[in-house]
Ligand binder design. Structure first.
Ligand code: NAD
Length: 352
């Protein structure tokens, strides 16, 4: 096998986008798709792909090497296990499963069958994230001690199944998975404790947003926030280091870094009028005390996720998204749900 023939399972918003993602790889060829909704079959044909009439037909087709699962979250486990047992390799959308018990079942089958199983944590490739990762790695604002990572919209929970608990709806399992995966991919430390609040502003049975504070043993604290009722949004990233502060306002990478110069402690800020009082503490630092810089360039990832998926299958390469990392994110998600439900700080759950 020189190329990986891929069939997409679930051809909705994300499944159809995977055609473009897979085509960017030199080693993966999207050849077909299956969706239980016949209304999308025409859309599959328009993309030049074969329409499979059933999942069984996909799994019985010996020319198919791998499947990409992009269905609602509650059916990931069932579809992944059937594919692995039929000898197919699997790339699965996030959240991989609804909980760690389901993921353990998948991992046991992946091990037994020897097939590749990987999760599509594509936001490890986001340029805004790779800028923050670089700042932490290179200590360009000193030692980072606080990371605020937010995504906020005002459109509520989208679609249908995302409103339902049984289908793995809610924002912790949606955007939350991405932000938590990014966090654990860049902070090299064990989690000490977690607290969280879920929001139910829209009256759904699932959370329409959440806030979580995650404290690591190395002293980094992260504030992770997802909102769907925010008509004015806060910056995507706000990062504090011992020698400076960085802001990235949006996915357009607007933002800057402000670094303390050696004059910071020699220069006295001029007091300013603030509300009904005067303050020196909150006055802007004097001009010579800080320097404003452009954001650094994003770190470069070695290869795309699809190329890596193919390399893992064809050349036994190391996966960029490792299953133990995916499992760790799910343990953190379970801790977030527990912290919110029991209104307490959760500790001693991290798997590293
Ligand atoms: P969607 O509702 O737009 O599409 C889901 C499709 O799956 C629908 O066409 C539906 O008919 C089909 N489907 C349902 N059950 C099926 C089954 N048993 N077999 C075959 N097809 C089935 O949902 P979406 O927004 O495309 O999300 C799909 C998955 O992709 C979710 O897991 C979601 O979390 C993930 N997602 C990931 C990203 C990312 O950036 N990684 C972005 C969006 C969605």
């Amino acid at each position: 096998m020189e190329k990986v023939n891929l069939v997409i399972i679930g051809f909705g918003g994300m499944g159809s986008y995977h055609v473009e993602l897979a085509k960017m790889s030199e080693h993966v060829v999207p050849v077909g798709a299956f969706d239980i909704d016949e209304k999308v079959h025409e859309k599959i044909r328009e993309k030049g792909l074969r329409v499979y009439r059933s999942y069984q037909e996909v799994l019985a087709d010996e020319s198919v090497d791998a499947v990409l699962i992009a269905t609602p979250n509650d059916v990931h486990k069932k579809l992944v296990i059937r594919a692995l047992e039929s000898g197919k390799h699997v790339l699965c959308e996030k959240p991989v499963t609804l909980n760690t018990t389901e993921l353990k079942e998948i991992l046991a089958v992946a091990e037994k069958t020897g097939r590749t199983f990987m999760v599509h944590q594509n936001r490890r490739y986001d340029q805004d994230f790779l800028i923050v990762k670089r700042m932490i790695q290179e200590k360009s604002i000193g030692d980072v001690y606080r990371i605020e990572s937010r995504v906020q919209g005002a459109n509520g929970i989208p679609g249908d199944w995302r409103h339902l608990k049984a289908q793995g709806g809610g924002m912790v399992l949606d955007w939350g998975v991405h932000l938590l995966d990014q966090l654990l991919f860049m902070v090299d430390s064990k989690i000490k404790h977690v607290s969280a609040n879920l929001s139910f502003i829209l009256g759904d049975e699932v959370d329409d947003g959440f806030v979580s504070t995650i404290t690591f043993e190395n002293g980094v604290t992260a504030h992770i926030e997802v909102g769907t009722t925010n008509f004015i949004k806060l910056p995507r990233w706000y990062v504090l280091g011992t020698n400076g502060t960085a802001v990235i306002r949006d996915w357009d990478l607007s933002g800057e870094v402000v670094i303390a110069t050696e004059n910071l402690h020699n220069s006295q800020p001029t007091p300013i009028q603030a509300g009904q009082g005067l303050t020196k503490t909150m006055a802007p630092p004097s001009e010579e005390a800080t320097e404003t810089r452009a954001l650094p360039a994003p770190l470069e990832m070695e290869t795309s996720l699809y190329n890596n998926f193919a390399d893992v299958i064809l050349k036994q390469a190391t996966p960029i998204v490792k299953n133990e990392e995916v499992y760790r994110v799910l343990t953190l998600i379970e801790a977030i749900f527990k912290a919110a439900e029991e209104n307490k700080v959760i500790e001693n759950f991290d798997t590293i």
